[in-house]
Ligand binder design. Structure first.
Ligand SMILES: N[C@@H](CCC(=O)N[C@@H](CS)C(=O)NCC(=O)O)C(=O)O
Length: 335
């Protein structure tokens, strides 16, 4: 059962299959003289997914909602992504905020994400993953690798709000990503999908030793790269917001709860309280998505009660991190 859910190498370690559309083709990249740079682009996401959450966050922080419509899929009975029609109780009001609930496929009117992938010329029989950037005019998948999508969305002309990847921080952002991706973002999956004790032990020790280092780094740095929120923070946030809700319990990331790390938890609250971020976090959908669909890990599909530290009221408590921003202008990467 686990083998179907999570491919592993001979040692039992989870190995994430690479996506077949790893980068945004240069024709979509700058310089782009088109006054509306994304006229035909459409974003497919699902609310439980941390990788799709990255794209929703950058879309919100860069104020791209008017330029980039979104369709929100939900897990179907077989765990694959599907869309809800209005008569199924699906959302779909066009006002901002109202689009972040599972609803219809607004670009193609299909019932499942697999059908959308299958519309591309040449067909498709790979994994139908979110996030996925779609060219509605060419009927083609542009990219389905979250980091490439968020780098692209950050650079799209017409976006406003802070640059999340300023040139002077690009090197440092990449260094953080090399730490965070294997040990934390993919690290929680390496714990949950391990198929041998040894693979689990390696993954869980790597995860918590990295969280310990992040805890120490964030004691004197407001964000990972100093006082500027960057794409590296976006990537860390979408894993941390799911940590006590899901990964601590379902993926056996049990050494500590995230709320036991005072700096990491305050950092999480700090980002959560940035305008529009909370609207991208749907705790009910996250719980349903993980506990009800990862059948081999939770055969009864019982959804545990949401811990109080994961609720909006708790995440809205003061974080007192504003003062860190001015005291630390010369940060060095310490991990
Ligand atoms: N490398 C991809 C991973 C995306 C991914 O694994 N998405 C999951 C949801 S969390 C998915 O859509 N899985 C469906 C499937 O494997 O069929 C990224 O970072 O964008």
């Amino acid at each position: 059962m686990m083998r179907q859910l999570a491919p592993s190498d001979p040692s039992g370690s989870y190995s994430r299959p690479p996506g077949p559309f790893p980068s945004v083709p240069p024709s979509y990249l700058l310089p782009n003289p088109n006054p509306n740079p994304t006229p035909t682009l459409h974003l497919y996401v699902a609310l439980p997914c941390p990788w799709a959450h990255r794209a929703l966050l950058v879309r919100a922080l860069r104020n791209l909602e008017p330029l980039l419509p979104v369709s929100v899929a939900a897990p179907g009975s077989d765990g694959s992504w599907g869309f809800r029609n209005r008569r199924d109780g699906g959302g779909g009001d066009e006002t901002y905020g109202g689009d972040l609930v599972p609803g219809p496929d607004r670009a193609n009117g299909r019932r499942t994400l697999r059908e959308v992938y299958g519309m591309r010329r040449g067909g498709y029989d790979g994994r139908s993953t979110v996030p996925m950037l779609w060219d509605a005019e060419k009927k083609e998948v542009v990219c389905n690798e979250s980091y490439a999508i968020i780098e692209f969305l950050n650079s799209v002309p017409g976006g406003s709000g802070p640059d999340l990847c300023p040139p002077e921080l690009k090197g440092e952002i990449e260094k953080w990503n090399r730490v965070i991706y294997p040990s934390v973002n993919n690290g929680v999956y390496r714990c949950g999908f391990a198929q041998s004790q040894e693979a689990y032990d390696t993954a869980v020790n790597e995860l918590f030793s990295t969280l310990d280092k992040l805890e120490s780094h964030l004691s004197s740095s407001r964000y990972l790269c100093g006082e500027t929120l960057t794409l590296a923070d976006v990537c860390l946030f979408t894993t941390l917001i799911r940590f006590d809700l899901v990964y601590n319990v379902l993926f056996k990331c049990t050494k500590k709860k995230l709320c036991e790390y005072s700096n990491l938890h305050a950092y999480l609250r700090d980002i959560y309280q940035i305008p529009k971020v909370a609207e991208t976090c749907n705790f009910e959908a996250i719980m349903d998505g993980y506990y009800q669909t990862l059948f081999p890990l939770n055969p009864s599909s019982i959804r545990p009660i949401i811990p109080s530290v994961c609720k909006h009221e708790f995440l809205s408590k003061p974080h007192n991190r504003e003062t860190l921003s001015s005291s630390n202008k010369q940060l060095q990467l310490q991990v």
